[in-house]
Design a protein around this ligand. Sequence first.
Ligand SMILES: [Zn+2]
Ligand SMILES: [Zn+2]
Length: 898
Amino acid sequence: MDKKEILSKFSTDPERYYNVKLFENQGFERKSCATCKRFYWTIDENRINCPDHSDDTYSFIGNPPTKKRFDYTQAWREVESFFKKNGHTSVSRYPVVCRWRDDLYFTIASIVDFQRVMGSKVVFEFPANPLIVPQTSLRFKDLENVGVTGRHFSSFCMIGQHSIPNSQGYWKDECIDLDYRLVTEQFGVDKKEVVFVEDVWEGGGSFGSSLEFFVKGLELGNAVFTEFQGDLSNYRTLDQQIIDMGAGLERFAWITMGTPTAYDCCFGPITSNLIEQTGIDTNSELLVRYFTEIAKNFERFSDLSEVRKNAIKSAGISDEQINKIITPLEGIYLIIDHIRTLIFAISDGALPSNVGGGYNLRIMLRRIISTMDRLSLKFDINDMIDMQIDYLNDTYPELEETREDVKTIIAIETDRYENSKSRMQKIVSKLNQKPTVDDLIRLYESDGVTPDYLKEMKVISDIPSTFYSKLSELHQSKKQKAQDQLSLEGLPETELLYYADDPKEFDAKVLKSFNQYVVLDRTSFYARGGGQEPDHGTIGGFDVVDVNKHGNIVLHELKGGAIKEGDTVSCIVDSQRRDDITKNHTSTHILNSSSRSVLGSWVWQHSAFKEEDHARLDITHHSALTDDEIVKIENLANSVVDKNMSVTIENFDRGTAEQKYGFKIYQGGIVPVKSVRIVSIEDFDTEACGGTHVKKTGEIKLVKITRTKRIQDGVVRIEFVSGDTALNYTKQHDVDLARESAELKDKAKLKEKRQEQKQELRERLPILVENITECKIGTNNVDKIVVDITEPGKPNFCSAMNDQYDEFFHISLGERLIEKDPLMVYCGVFEDGDRIRAIIYSGEQVGKDKKAGDIAKAVSEVLGGAGGGTQRFAQGGGKDKSKKNDAIEKAKTMVLGV
Ligand SMILES: [Zn+2]
Ligand SMILES: [Zn+2]
């Protein structure tokens, strides 16, 4: 739908869509901007332009319109106390990692907190009505503006004011009245300064009118009245109308402080601390001039470098001032902003990586490091994290818990970046023309070279404005669900017995039977879901090979026959299989929490798979697991098994579950239902889960990790077994270990022997060489060396094939032999692990037709492998141990002829 069309329609009926009681009571007048014609409401009779086109735009910089000054923390206290006074509940922020929506990685606005997707429909669930929330919101589309424009952030606090109009909540009149009083009474802005601009909002199939409120050209907030569903030609009023007022807390602080940028008053003491460390001379008159021009020009030009260029010109800033003041300040602002975002994201469990939302975090950390390198800033990252968390403590005390974890993750990621720099340098040195935006994206995607690094290396002077938005688009989550191909229309929901008494033998009525598929009225067969594999067994005597859920209907796949619709059939679930899968499922929960305890708060379940005889759990973690970590995780898991903890299953209303347990319950992904099934292992682990579980952890007997592997950036796979499978595995493992250690012993012995021989050989080699070249034709039985000498002036052939000889022996002997006798060809064949290797030397006078390389090639072919080399020396080999003799014969024939 076109926003412009909606706006022009709504603006033709301002009484219906925009006029509120406040405007009448206060004598607001509706005007049209002399420049852009947009409609706005004001009590200032002299105003002729909208806030974007007025002379006073951004005049609050250096001259704030309030008597009181509030920084970020204080501004939130003011907002909170005002709304609480006026009947609102203040709700804690939701995580910035948006685990309750599968179409978003990060929380981008306060309203997202309360949206739940059910099928194709978005429903709202408010924990209180009306409410406010200081929602940290992450947005990565305008990264190039951050630090430069004075007001763009990669994360900001959205003051969310939300209400559903009913007996507790309110609608437009009260909303605008509250917002007006917040700005004028609580923050002390003159009534004449507040301007409301008519606008509309649309998204996700709904739309409504909105009023943006401005002071001195700065948009403080936008009150959206979500009211309709459909499109302009055909729409209806929503059952659930919503007030969605979002305001930037950073801007509320900025307007009262009047600092050159919003960054100066929103990060606490860290800003002045870093500026002091660098010793920048912050000439405040100059900064006010410059950043006011930046703010004004930002609306006029679409390209950031144009904005900057024009601001420099109109503010009259010299090159030296740019280099010594503005550029380093921009760097400091960027660094502070990005660190704050990383703190929130990592605290809420996101990891920098190449995939999904993790890439944004990686890019931000690399921007921080590149900026420090480019400007030769030597800030301690841990100190910066500490300063930020100390300051944020007041509003977000929960960050304290993850302070050290954030440092750990950032240190690991920083090391990785430093280590990749030399590789990036090589790639960059090969660039022979200025890269395009697509080149930049390719360089980042395939080689990890960030444009900030290129800027640091002076390959590019500016990062194209489209880079981050293009990259963001590439990484948007695009989850498409496969459509059901089967026609199950008209069938009732299947009654799920496995959530009730869970009988392993039961009778059921056949509602539908087609091809090999059967739908029953009720079933105890667990349908594949949540990574748990389906039950097997029999229905009416036929084997059940697969069970899947289609919506709320369970579809059983049979092998070997079909049954009649309408019949009642007896069904048997393979209870041994189910038991084993169940143990693996509960073990998955135990291992997940164990991993988090051992490794750190960033560990979340990425995915899981539970079969009868094996299972796996993929967790989010930055590095491959060490042996020590594996042992610790396994031990913790088994201590939970040994304690025989109770596993309880309860159903909760989703909102209640989220409030009670937090978002950690969504380990297995989002749950698109109103009632959530919560599986708790006493106080050790709590997850929303639809799978089957043991009643007591002791039933699991043992959890055994069989293998771990880093399967992608930021994800580690833990393969494991439990129950009797684990006990058998351990037994078998002990046997294997014993065998392996015996084998190792043999190998060690062999190695030792060869070592001895080497020593001996050093002493004996000259004599051996003498013996061979002194025409001692035939077999040397002690050394198992065969010598064939033809006639004087013709090539001679010597071979050795004893496995006690190693590479060292053959090379030493071959070298010396051809030196002593330039007509000699030497061929040594020996076993090395599971391979047969061949080493060939060919003397100087042997002739070009008997190259060592050619002989090695032919010999290797016989051995079933490949080889080659030069005229003088070559090697090769293969895997066929039975062909050792044939290989020597082949070489001999090539040298001596038939
Ligand atoms: Zn205008
Ligand atoms: Zn589960």
